[in-house]
Design a protein around this ligand. Structure first.
Ligand code: 8YV
Length: 328
């Protein structure tokens, strides 16, 4: 029996390719070439499976042009690069990579919060520029972390991980807002109190965004929301670009509406709004929240496991709704 054909759309661990080659005819992209939508469609001809990342868009036009495709396995927990309704219509299964990155990503969210609140990169740049001439009582004075109020918008697994770190590690008062409230036992375990969005914005000393991107979360934090925050507050976005209105944020950072921001994700990334590059009170990282080798390995392995399980007829391991179980 001939093996299914799979396209790996990005550079991955050599062992991931080797594993997939045991099961499939594989075309890979170890040069990490930037493929246009037309090039991606061309390469997907005759392929039944695709190994994707969060930057590979799977939409109606692509699906209509790739009739052989049966499954796309994302090496990411977020899947806003998938038009899941279109995938369901075309009978293409979508899978993501949840759980394996939760703690690593929560660690990074906390690291970014601390770097932002304690002005770590801003002060490092000052030092590297040779501007450190003497000690001063208020030099790079930042915001307290321990005992402060930590606000979390989006209380899924990663949000819960951040809540635990804040409450248990730093004695923070944790408040959160989410589409739905956690059950009381989980709330108690995370030591987090549910509040409305307005109270979250007004009360948080540090606000961390961990909600998925969807049309309804587009610009969930814009000029109006930033204006409700404390002028001493920090904002951290490890969720998705587009949840924050980056132009409004650059303006808010410049005029002191809020004190500082830490951003791992951007609207239109990898392009970053030039206005953000010139404000000093923002820590910028290139979408690396899940970037540790063990975690990236686990993400790649789960994406590969999904492809193997699917083509062995056992079904996808971590399907994404609403295309759950949809097969061709
Ligand atoms: C990925 C992420 O690195 O999992 C996610 O949703 O944002 C990151 O962990 C990125 O999406 C590449 O696939």
């Amino acid at each position: 029996m001939s093996k299914p054909h799979v396209l790996i759309t990005c550079a991955v661990f050599p062992e991931t390719i080797a594993r997939l080659q045991r099961h499939f005819e594989v075309e890979s992209n170890q040069d990490d070439a930037e493929w246009s939508p037309a090039e991606l469609i061309r390469r997907l001809q005759g392929k039944q499976g695709a190994f994707t990342t969060g930057s590979v868009r799977i939409d109606e036009a692509l699906l209509a042009a790739c009739p052989d495709l049966k499954i796309c396995a994302n090496m990411a927990v977020g899947y806003n690069n998938f038009d899941v309704d279109a995938m369901a219509r075309h009978g293409v299964t979508a899978t993501n990579a949840p759980d394996v990155l939760t703690e690593t990503t929560a660690d990074f969210g906390f690291a970014l919060l601390m770097a932002t609140a304690r002005r770590i990169t801003e002060s490092e740049h000052f030092l590297r520029r040779g501007e450190w001439k003497k000690w001063r009582y208020d030099m790079f004075a930042g915001a307290e972390i321990h005992g402060a109020t930590l606000g979390i918008l989006g209380m899924g697994r990663i949000g819960q991980g951040i809540a635990r770190r804040g409450a248990l590690g730093f004695g923070m008062n944790v408040i959160y807002h989410n589409r739905s409230r956690l059950d009381p036992a989980l709330e108690a375990e995370c030591r987090a109190r549910y509040v409305g969005k307005e109270e979250l914005l007004k009360s948080a000393d540090h606000l961390v965004l961990v909600l998925p991107y969807s049309p309804s979360s587009h610009h969930a934090i814009g000029a109006a929301e930033l204006a409700q925050m404390k002028p001493t507050a920090t904002l951290v976005n490890i969720a998705r670009g587009g949840i924050v209105d980056d132009a409004a944020l650059a303006e808010a950072l410049r005029n002191g509406t809020i004190a500082a921001a830490g951003l791992d994700v951007f609207e239109g990334e990898p392009t970053v709004l030039p206005a953000l590059l010139t404000v000093p009170n923002v820590v910028l990282t290139p979408h690396i929240a899940s970037a540790t080798i063990p975690t990236r390995r686990a993400m790649a392995e789960l994406a590969a496991d999904n492809l193997v399980s699917f083509f062995e007829g056992k079904g996808p391991i971590t399907p994404v709704l609403p295309a759950q179980g949809a097969t061709k």
